[in-house]
Design a protein around this ligand. Structure first.
Ligand SMILES: [Zn+2]
Length: 269
């Protein structure tokens, strides 16, 4: 989403914004209006809109159902209605509307779990971004050290390694042939190397294909993510493992599902 918006928003100035959700009322309208966007990038799981040095940043977290939709102006500035139909947007799901000289950016979010915050400067995040150069096998080894948490839980810890959600955690563990309930601190060297490699592989592939559309994720152009067809275990319970044909198992802990193959990802060995 950040990658797509970058090409559309870079160099544009926010002419105005309307907020339709009282939960976002603390968003600083005055600071944002008239601000010129210098870049749009990903920061962890958030979309980070930059306004240049000392001019602050806007951090948007889409969470479950949030979408950022770009509607270019074509003639009549106010004619966004046809797009609502095309993108399957209900009026009541629009939480913020940003006006730009070249179009409108909508923050649409039916379940309203998403957040939008303006900060004077980017907060100091403690997590490691798994796609940054700071993330090495040594970093992963250090993070696993003394951590008795089950691997699946460990991968979802956004304060340690940011960006791995429930879908990708199952996919990474299957590809690394690791049991989801193995304790992080028990990983051997070769297992850590496999885990490291698959964290990078899965996230890179998913980002390249614009994510995984499960229920209703759509990118800024209204397209669905393309990673879904590469899923090997997620939501495939009862179906044959793509590697060994054993039925994929689904297990639920803390309201979250884990999918794995008991043969390819044994508890021991
Ligand atoms: Zn298998």
């Amino acid at each position: 989403v950040a990658r797509q918006l970058a090409s559309k928003l870079k160099g544009q100035t926010i002419r105005g914004l309307r907020i339709y959700d009282y939960r976002l009322n603390n968003l600083k309208r005055a600071a944002l209006t008239g601000s010129k966007i210098t870049s749009v990038r990903r920061e962890g799981k958030q979309v980070c809109v930059d306004f240049g040095e000392n001019n602050g940043v806007l951090l948007i977290h889409l969470r479950m159902t949030g979408r950022l939709i770009w509607i270019p102006h074509r003639g009549n500035v106010e004619s966004v209605a046809p797009f609502f139909h095309r993108f399957n947007i209900a009026d009541s799901h629009v939480r913020i509307r940003f006006e730009f000289p070249k179009g409108v950016l909508l923050f649409v979010d039916p379940r309203r779990f998403g957040t939008a915050n303006f900060c004077k400067e980017l907060p100091a995040f403690k997590y490691v971004d798994p796609l940054s150069s700071n993330f090495t096998v040594e970093t992963l080894t250090r993070l696993c050290h003394h951590r008795k948490q089950a691997l699946k839980q460990f991968l979802l810890r956004q304060d340690l390694i940011v960006g791995i959600g429930n879908i990708y955690a199952s996919e990474i563990l299957f590809r690394a042939r690791l049991n989801p309930w193995l304790s992080a601190h028990k990983l051997k060297k070769d297992q850590l190397r496999r885990l490291y490699r698959e964290i990078r592989n899965v996230l890179n592939a998913a980002i390249k294909l614009n994510g995984t559309t499960f229920s209703d994720f759509q990118d800024s152009d209204g397209s669905s993510g393309g990673f879904g067809r590469f899923l090997k275990v997620y939501a495939r319970d009862g179906k044959p493992c793509r590697r060994c044909r054993t039925a994929i198992v689904r297990s639920t802990t803390g309201g979250r599902s884990t999918f794995y193959c008991i043969r390819c990802q044994p508890r021991r060995g």
